[in-house]
Design a binder for this molecule. Structure first.
Ligand code: A3P
Length: 273
């Protein structure tokens, strides 16, 4: 095949790359990929096809805003460009940096039962290590401090699930109405409900319906109907390794007061057991 001009792929006339009008900024393992893929079913939403990591990675950030724009998909002027980089949620400088780009941007964050999120986070690292032939410590040994028997707050997966500590930083920079919180647990069982709320938040007509999904019993998750069927990649919705129930109970108890602080902060509650 002949090379294109530069590295640009051909694109439909009338389309352009645009800075995102909305960003999914977290939280890792709460269904961020599912949300982005599902939003791509909407004719007026154009998701970036990879995690851009512009605002949280100094090397990328120093490339400048034109580099960021170059990472975006082509879109028509009436389409919403959106990207997701879950690490934005926990990275210190990100809210300020996003605000410098666009102080009225629409921000989407997914939350999930914090204990389940820890287990899911552990599972991802566990499989990554296994693929490289490396052993991985048991979750209970990482999440629980062996000398005190208490939850180990130096374990990163635990720290990420202390949602209010991260959210506080975001609320110092943006107005409360700039945030939309997606219930990541409900996204698993009733994706169309969560998507409809996001459509509304983005000011778009309601286009994605229950009919876009079918339950794939092999996967145990909803997949998309698109003429052909499309499920998320095999790394989404994996079996979680067995975790000692005593450790799980300790995590639950640990997160309880932190969850209460989050609920106060966001003025909404979740039924996290
Ligand atoms: P598990 O793999 O632990 O089940 P993220 O994309 O932010 O990393 O989130 C991954 C999680 O998305 C998965 O965690 C899974 O529970 C959840 N998820 C939500 N809807 C899904 C779907 N339709 N298919 C696969 N995973 C889905």
């Amino acid at each position: 095949e002949e090379e294109e001009w530069g590295t640009e792929k051909p694109h439909p006339p009338g389309t352009d790359k645009r800075l995102p009008q909305s960003i999914i900024f977290g939280v890792r393992k709460c269904g961020t990929r599912a949300m982005l893929e599902f939003l791509g079913l909407h004719p007026q939403i154009r998701p970036a096809d990879h995690e851009v990591h512009y605002f949280d990675d100094d090397v990328n950030y120093n490339m400048g805003i034109d580099w960021y724009k170059s990472q975006m998909p082509y879109s028509f002027h009436d389409q919403v460009t959106i990207e997701k980089s879950p690490r934005y949620f926990i990275a210190e400088k990100v809210p300020e940096r996003i605000s410098n780009m666009n102080s009225s941007i629409k921000l989407i964050v997914l939350l999930r039962n914090p204990t389940v999120r820890v287990i899911s986070d552990y599972t991802q690292v566990y499989y990554n290590k296994k693929a490289k032939g490396k052993a991985h410590d048991k979750l209970e040994n990482l999440a629980i401090d062996l000398s005190t028997g208490e939850v180990n707050t130096r374990y990163k997966a635990v720290r990420i699930s202390i949602y209010h500590q991260h959210f506080e930083r975001w609320l110092k920079v943006f107005r409360p109405d700039q945030f939309h919180i997606v219930d990541g647990d409900n996204l698993i069982v009733r994706p169309w409900e969560e998507i409809a709320q996001v459509e509304e938040f983005l000011g778009l007509p309601h286009k994605i319906t229950r009919e876009h999904f079918y339950f794939n019993s092999t996967r145990g998750f909803y997949c998309m109907k698109l003429g052909h069927e499309k499920c998320l990649g095999a790394t989404k919705g994996r079996r979680h390794p067995f975790t000692d129930p005593v450790a799980v109970e300790k995590l639950r108890a640990f997160f309880k007061p932190h969850n209460q602080m989050l609920f106060q902060l966001i003025n909404r509650t979740f039924d996290w057991k």
